[in-house]
Design a protein around this ligand. Sequence first.
Ligand code: SF4
Length: 386
Amino acid sequence: MELWQQMVRDSVHSVDQIVERFGIERKTAEDLDEFFQARINPYYLSLIRYPGDPIWLQCVPDKKELEDIGAEEDPLMEDAMSPVPNITHRYPDRALFLVTSQCGLYCRFCTRKRKVGDYDKISMKGLESAFRYLEQHTEIRDVILSGGDPLMLTDIMLEKILQRIRAIPHIEIIRIGSKMPCVLPHRITEHLCDMIKKYHPVYLNTHFNHPWEITPESSKACQMLADAGIPVGNQMVLMKNVNDDPATVKELMQKLLKIRVRPYYMYMADETKGANHFRTSIETGIEIIENLRGHTSGLAIPHFVIDAPGGGGKIPLLPNYVLHKDEDKIVLRNFKNKIYSYKNYHDRNNPEKVNLKPDDGKNGKQKIKAIKATKVKLPRMIKIKD
Ligand code: SF4
């Protein structure tokens, strides 16, 4: 057994352990266990500095989870968009492929609790029909392995999956979604990296939420992946009392870049059953991005997105930098709130650029009119002189 497997085995997980270690009342601990089991491996446990700190909040069961009964179990409608077991096909050229129900840590905010924990929540029997779906759908050029955490599979099992996907000619990119570099970095071994790099291009998206998760161990794991030519991106979830302030996020993003991890997304927390207490306001997220843009390297700025409920996909949110727009110019503010006017260049009189056809006649004029009408209302306090 490898070290990381031993650490999974040594995790805090039983009701007795939860009661004893975290002082949770037994009946509550039993109810929480029923709702979503705990798994806190010794590495992640060692990162807790005091009760209720940002690490604790992410992994220790909390009775607030039981008070939140209204939210959805599958807010992103992944199951409804699943044409065959283990596959979610939401976007035209990408597919999500769930390969295990196991994780190195069970995150209390998890949006996929319905699929995570018990072995039978994601069936390995579904793999064959999933491979066949990927083979038949030639529009899919990007496959995202997820679960659970794909790096909970053994190297042998993971290699079988990578081999099989790589044999499908239209699949160009393989992505692995794994929290292991953050929560159990011992999983990133030389053997694993050597195996994965045979199947390039392979990308890995991981999931750091707080600067305390950047340790010598997690830094080493991310750098090993980068050295194996596996670009590593980070998907942070914005969570109350974990990372919902600009200074914490800035520190995290800057530290990620130092260990060669590219900040990729910052998500609003999904409206998931049992995780409502982690949600924070959209304004908080906007303020965080406002405090990054211009104040630190553009490389350190993730896309701030809402994964739209009902399966609408990721929708980006930005602070409002556009103060006015008309057919001739755009008026913008920069990160210091200084205002700049930028002259537009447009092709409204060039029939080719507005897709006019020779027989468009009246319609052509309407098309040009529509292009000219792209105006945004001017905020009251700002007056622009021509
Ligand atoms: S690692 Fe991912 S899938 Fe597993 S519990 Fe955490 S958030 Fe959920």
